[in-house]
Design a protein around this ligand. Structure first.
Ligand SMILES: Nc1ncnc2c1ncn2[C@@H]1O[C@H](COP(=O)(O)OP(=O)(O)OP(=O)(O)O)[C@@H](O)[C@H]1O
Ligand SMILES: [Mg+2]
Length: 401
């Protein structure tokens, strides 16, 4: 036993690994080159280039399905913009925020204030905490006006902001320019993978946010293959992965819609499995085994990353005695109380149940309840241990017991 363990350590230490640059296979990695996204990058750059003429670039909405390169393209273009503005000594302030990671609208505002340096402005310590959302927004906009900032705010996963907090912030930011007068301005770039995102917006916000739009189409299998080939050159040691393995990754990831993240994830997991068994090369079998592992892990990841009320509904389904819709909703209301969460309407909860069903986490059945008529019975379809594992670090975990 200790021999095996030693062996594993020795192998790792001797550096004979298949992967030479592990970073290149992580989610956050943004490659220099983004093949097949020239048009999208060009449009974004063209819109933003107005800032070098001292004028306000149009607001912009980037949308498209997951893994189509929206975040990568936006980061890439914005980084270059920042570099160029330093080079040309033109003041442009760019902030890139992920609304989902930030968690709430207030946190988004807080992060913006932090990055602008409002929170610790010299001489007078501004206490951001304790301000209402409207006051916090005003504070930021006033600062931009006073400093005459040319301000570009990129909000990635912007739909999660609107789902949680409505579109008031967006309204205030897109309308800010009218009252800024000469000098400062705000350009808002929203990124969303929800194709119905725009429908959720107030028409006034919709039209100002999408002054310009860029749609990202899914990659074809062939495009995925070339993306993976490029990435493999960066990530793997020479001849550490077969072409057949790359082709299979592309084909598998392209099965539903051309999602480059899925393709790269699969590549990473396949490489881990190959390394673990000490194989000289990543081959097709590792890719197949990798796919199996990802599929097995999928429900875990979905539950872990689900929005709070989806989690509450899942817990309600587990805890409700009958699983009948009305009972689930009552249980949900009680859970919301305990968790101090605002209760959603029964209609919204029914929608959430349909979403969970689409994700394969619950199944529903129509049952006959004699003289009470027919009703819907909901069942969890994944093992309870998966759910408790996924919620382990969540503040809602205590509600399960
Ligand atoms: N054209 C490309 N060339 C190389 N890598 C790419 C390309 N497009 C996307 N990727 C890579 O695929 C992964 C997913 O891309 P990205 O995060 O930009 O997707 P997204 O459209 O923002 O997805 P989501 O809507 O889920 O946030 C990243 O690792 C990114 O570097
Ligand atoms: Mg993204």
């Amino acid at each position: 036993m200790s021999f095996d363990v030693d062996n594993i350590f020795d192998k790792a230490a001797s550096g004979s690994s298949l992967v030479k640059n592990r970073q290149a296979l992580t989610i956050d990695y943004v490659p220099e080159k983004l093949p097949f996204r020239d048009e999208e990058a060009k449009t974004l750059a063209q819109v933003l280039s107005t800032v070098f003429k001292g004028a306000r670039p149009s607001n912009l909405l980037l949308f498209g399905k997951p893994g189509t390169g929206k975040t990568a393209v936006a980061k890439n273009v914005v980084d270059r913009l920042q570099k160029k503005s330093n080079e040309l000594k033109i003041d442009v302030t760019v902030i890139f925020i992920n609304a989902k990671t930030a968690g709430s609208a207030y946190k988004v505002l807080y992060e913006v204030a932090e990055e602008l340096g409002i929170n610790k402005e010299q001489g007078k310590q501004v206490h951001f905490t304790g301000l209402s959302m409207g006051e916090a927004t005003d504070r930021i906009l006033q600062y931009i006006q006073k400093k005459k900032l040319h301000f570009i705010l990129v909000v990635d996963e912007i739909d999660s902001l609107v789902d949680k907090s409505g579109d008031d912030i967006l309204y205030n930011f897109t309308r800010a320019n009218q009252r800024m007068g000469k000098g400062g301005f705000v350009t808002l770039i929203g990124i969303s993978n929800s194709l119905t995102f725009k429908d959720k917006l107030d028409p006034r916000v919709r039209s100002s946010l999408s002054e310009e739009e860029v749609v990202f189409n899914p990659y074809t299998v062939n495009q995925l293959r070339q993306i993976l080939q490029e990435r493999s050159k960066l990530a793997f040691s020479d001849s550490a992965i077969s072409d057949a393995a790359i082709n299979l990754c592309a084909a598998m990831a392209g099965r539903e819609h051309g999602d480059a993240r899925k393709a790269i994830d699969l590549l990473r997991v396949a490489a881990e499995l190959a390394e673990r068994e000490g194989a000289p090369k990543v081959d097709e079998n590792h890719v197949r085994a990798g796919q199996d592992r990802i599929e097995k892990d999928a429900p875990f990841v979905v539950v872990k990353n689900a929005p709070a009320h989806h989690k509450l509904v899942i817990i309600a389904v587990i805890k409700s005695k009958s699983g009948i819709t009305g009972d689930v909703y009552d249980t949900y209301l009680a859970l919301c109380k305990r968790a101090e969460q605002k209760q959603l309407t029964q209609r919204r909860v029914t929608q959430i149940i349909s979403e969970l069903e689409l994700l394969g986490l619950v199944s529903t059945d129509i049952v006959n309840q004699g003289r009470y008529g027919r009703s819907q019975k909901i069942k969890i379809t994944i093992p309870p241990t998966t759910i408790s594992e996924a919620l382990k670090e969540d503040s809602l975990a205590s509600l399960i017991d």
